[in-house]
Write a protein that binds this ligand. Structure first.
Ligand code: SF4
Ligand code: SF4
Length: 262
């Protein structure tokens, strides 16, 4: 299916002649607007499979481009450039360089799932958006988004201790996203907690932050989860060819050293 939405035409592909007369007919300005055709040569034929290998992307192959996801999308209503249908089209066609032009807004999906309920083909577009944002990070096209940083801080803590401790989670998130550890809203929240919460509860909270309690007999569960996570990450790395990319980067980095030694 061709790209048929007017706002998807890139401004740099529009050509207008200010003064143009053809066979005596003045077609200057708006009347002489042409859309330059695009030539795409760098197809990534594995792209759909790569996205499908990540959690949420499994059903992307079902899409028939009806556009119901974009029509119902919360973010599209405020930013027409946020277009799940179009990105799914690009992924299925393997048009990686076109997708990368929107790499800085794909992560903005708010997971409202309106698209998921609207989709007649059970593609789960919300999952595809998450998988695509994850793919962009794994391939090094974007840095980890704040939500990825939060997921990692949260998961690492739960896997390690079998518990979630709020203060450590917030501080870990601030560190990971480069935010100051002391913020006005945080000071205000602590002040109100001191004013309104029972002393015993506050002491429990403070001790939990310092002592980092663990769920009893958690070690077997922790090892099993770690093994599962490592298996899943290895599968994803293989599907995306990341090991090959790392090896190529390593060889490239060694080249100047070799030449210098010769
Ligand atoms: S889940 Fe994301 S893509 Fe789907 S409607 Fe909500 S914001 Fe749009
Ligand atoms: S609603 Fe479903 S089938 Fe329709 S374009 Fe979106 S993902 Fe594809």
């Amino acid at each position: 299916m061709p790209i048929h939405e007017k706002h998807l035409i890139r401004p740099e592909n529009l050509t207008t002649h200010e003064h143009l007369v053809i066979d005596g007919v003045d077609v200057s300005g708006h009347w002489s607007t042409f859309i330059e055709s695009r030539v795409v040569t760098d197809y990534n034929e594995a792209m759909q499979d790569e996205i499908a290998a990540l959690p949420g992307g499994e059903y992307i192959h079902r899409c028939w481009q009806c556009g119901s996801c974009t029509n119902s999308c919360t973010v599209n209503a405020v930013n027409p450039d946020f277009n799940p249908r179009y990105w799914i089209y690009l992924i299925r066609m393997g048009m990686e360089s076109e997708l990368l032009r929107d790499k800085d807004i794909i992560w903005q999906c708010v997971s409202c799932n309106k698209c998921t309920y609207a989709c007649p083909r059970d593609v789960v577009p919300e999952g595809v958006m998450k998988a695509t944002a994850h793919w962009l990070e794994l391939k090094g096209h974007t840095k980890p988004s704040p939500s990825t940083v939060f997921d990692e801080v949260f998961s690492d803590q739960v896997i390690e201790t079998g518990m979630m401790e709020e203060t450590r989670t917030i501080l870990g998130f601030f560190r990971g996203t480069g935010q100051p550890l002391v913020q006005d809203w945080l000071i205000e929240m602590v002040k109100r907690m001191i004013a309104h919460l029972p002393v015993g509860w506050l002491m429990h909270l403070g001790l939990s932050t310092v002592l980092r309690p663990r769920t009893r007999d958690w070690s077997r569960a922790r090892d099993a989860i770690k093994e599962y996570v490592a298996e899943q990450e290895a599968k994803q790395h293989q599907a995306l060819g990341l090991d090959r990319l790392v090896e190529m980067a390593r060889r490239e980095a060694e080249q100047p050293l070799k030449h210098a030694a010769e």
